[in-house]
Design a binder for this molecule. Sequence first.
Ligand SMILES: Cc1cc2nc3c(=O)[nH]c(=O)nc-3n(C[C@H](O)[C@H](O)[C@H](O)COP(=O)(O)OP(=O)(O)OC[C@H]3O[C@@H](n4cnc5c(N)ncnc54)[C@H](O)[C@@H]3O)c2cc1C
Length: 352
Amino acid sequence: MGSPPSAFLKQNNTIFLRFLMILLFGSIPDKANVCSNRSLASPSVLLGQSSSHILPLHTIKLDGNFHFDSIDSAAKDFGNRYHFLPSAVLYPKSALDISATIKHIFDMGTSSQLTLAARGSGHSLQGQAQAHQGLVINMKSLQGPETQVHTGEMPYVDVSGGKLWIDLLHETLKYELAPKSWTDYLHLSVGGTLSNAGISGQAFRHGPQIDNVYQLEVVTGKGDVVTCSKKQNTDLFYGVLGGLGQFGIITRARISLEPAPKMVKWIRVLYSDFSKFSNDQESLISSKNSFDYIEGLVIINKTRILDNWKAAFDPRHPLQASQFVSDGRTLYCLEIAKYFNPEQSLRAYFQD
Ligand SMILES: Cc1cc2nc3c(=O)[nH]c(=O)nc-3n(C[C@H](O)[C@H](O)[C@H](O)COP(=O)(O)OP(=O)(O)OC[C@H]3O[C@@H](n4cnc5c(N)ncnc54)[C@H](O)[C@@H]3O)c2cc1C
């Protein structure tokens, strides 16, 4: 540790940049400023002003552009605990913009120690998408490639790494298709969750989001734009998936799709007994043909928020609802869903 989160370092004589390893949530001590011990490039180095043979960043020919002022938002994330101000933010329009920038930094040599981080939605908790005095790449500004849905027996979509999952869903629904594996919250970027894992209630059936990717386009630490998959540039493919941005920047992903359910029956079941809750969850997950979405939650109800769930009780049993007092208790919730087509009876969906 002792290195800035989500920044990768340039090394002249390795195939890729040597990326700093970041351990996911909880691995960074609570109050440590993980950047404090590093001597990093000054903004003037970033701009290329300290070296006669290096041209400043803003001389790179781009479709997008760099911002050097008003870049405070790139020093914030969802966790709101780490604030590492970069020296510049790149707003790329294409993978080539990212490639040209990384090549430029690579050519500056190791002495600049310049750090670089991709930023999707910035929903990291511990500064993983920040780069202290370095360069942040705002992936949401990436305009290409256009989202392209491919129908057929094995449908898939080609999508930009900066696209939000919610927007991707709207695109695929036009073809009555949807990705198989999700996160609960959909205003996260494709590249951001594929750099972690992407887990929700479909993972027990389809695996996490990183198990449902056919191909990636990645800008490597040398600035090369490389296509990789299970069969092509395999090490890069598996390094980048779940790699926290340390092995390259995802500029395009080919994601597996399935027919979108026409209707969904959504059920929440509350438990006060952990054993009953976990037994039910295990039995539902191991049953071959039960539900399409199964997720378990532990809820410590300190805010009485669960009392609103009284509405979930059968209105024919008002007594049950009135007896439901959740405040201060630890409860367990199974959230389950069954996809179905209203033209078929629900019974046809539960065969065992
Ligand atoms: C409210 C909330 C709900 C969440 N729900 C879920 C959930 O249900 N399931 C789940 O699995 N996770 C969940 N998460 C965690 C979330 O998936 C991760 O934090 C994810 O990284 C956020 O995506 P982002 O676009 O905000 O990424 P960022 O925070 O912007 O980036 C995350 C990491 O990925 C890197 N990165 C970003 N874009 C790229 C790219 N294109 N190429 C390479 N590296 C890149 C960054 O440098 C950084 O290291 C949730 C987080 C929050 C705050």
